[in-house]
Write a protein that binds this ligand. Structure first.
Ligand code: SAH
Length: 242
């Protein structure tokens, strides 16, 4: 593939720049990075430390365990990132953020790119969040040791939506969450594996029946496993039918 005119741009603020691109340097995302479908720059927060120990953290006011990232150091790193890429939305990966979902992934993927701030220790001094226009995003209700794996997760989800990264656009539109449902089950050869046979309809060649079967499967899996998604989907169907 040739160099492209639109590159989805990412700037990552981290104290571990060597963690990037990490797994995103491999497979389709890695190929996309080399082709210019997306780009990656890191800003090493530690370079903005001012003392001789290059500290980025300090003890919390009020006491308690752990260390907190200093607002002056993080602010200087944010300013550097904003100077590099003023048009990118700034996101702090944080367990207190709004939970990431496919619709937010789509919005970010459709924009110019994203600037991601990765926390470490107990997180950031609150004042640096107040001072900048920062959206907080969580990747789920659990606690990681740092924002970097969360950033890689968010980037993976956005990068695979960039033009030319995944082969077929079709395979994206039928996936889990795209129509408000989880995906139907998949089967491949052998047709009979240890006595487990692929559902007949899939080998019937009858496209309309296959489509209807997959839809029914997607609906029943969603209803069973994700009542929250199902409620949204069922509500949507009712509204469409009135
Ligand atoms: N003391 C914090 C947790 C800090 S974990 C709290 O209880 O809320 C250290 C860093 O890991 C955070 O600053 C954040 O950048 C990242 N992180 C941890 N869990 C995350 C999650 N679920 N989603 C996104 N980032 C997360």
């Amino acid at each position: 593939m040739t160099k492209r005119d639109t590159t989805w741009r990412t700037v990552i603020l981290t104290i571990f720049p060597e963690m990037f691109p990490g797994p995103l340097g491999l497979s389709l995302a890695g190929q996309g990075l080399r082709d210019g479908a997306w780009s990656l720059e890191t800003v090493d927060i530690r370079e903005f430390a001012t003392d001789k120990h290059r500290s980025v953290d300090d003890a919390p006011f009020g006491g308690g365990p752990g260390m907190v990232m200093r607002p002056d150091v993080v602010d200087a790193a944010i300013r550097e990132a904003k100077a590099k890429a003023p048009d990118l939305p700034l996101v702090y990966l944080s367990p207190r953020g709004k939970k990431l979902d496919q619709s937010r992934v789509r919005q970010l993927a459709d924009g110019p790119g994203v600037c991601l701030l990765c926390g470490r220790f107990e997180g950031l001094d609150e004042r640096v969040l107040d001072a900048h226009d920062i959206e907080e995003i969580s990747i789920g209700d659990f606690v990681l040791s740092g924002g970097e794996p969360a950033a890689i997760t968010l980037l993976d989800a956005c990068v695979r939506l960039q033009d030319g990264v995944m082969g077929k656009a079709d395979s994206l539109s039928e996936e889990s969450f795209e129509g408000g449902l989880l995906e139907y089950p998949h089967y491949t050869r052998p047709q009979d594996w240890q006595g487990r046979v692929v559902p007949d309809v899939l080998t019937s060649g009858h496209h309309e029946n296959i489509r209807a079967w997959r839809m029914a499967q997607a609906e029943s899996i969603t209803r069973e496993r994700r009542p929250d998604l199902w409620a949204g989907y069922a509500g949507e169907q009712t509204r469409e039918n009135v």
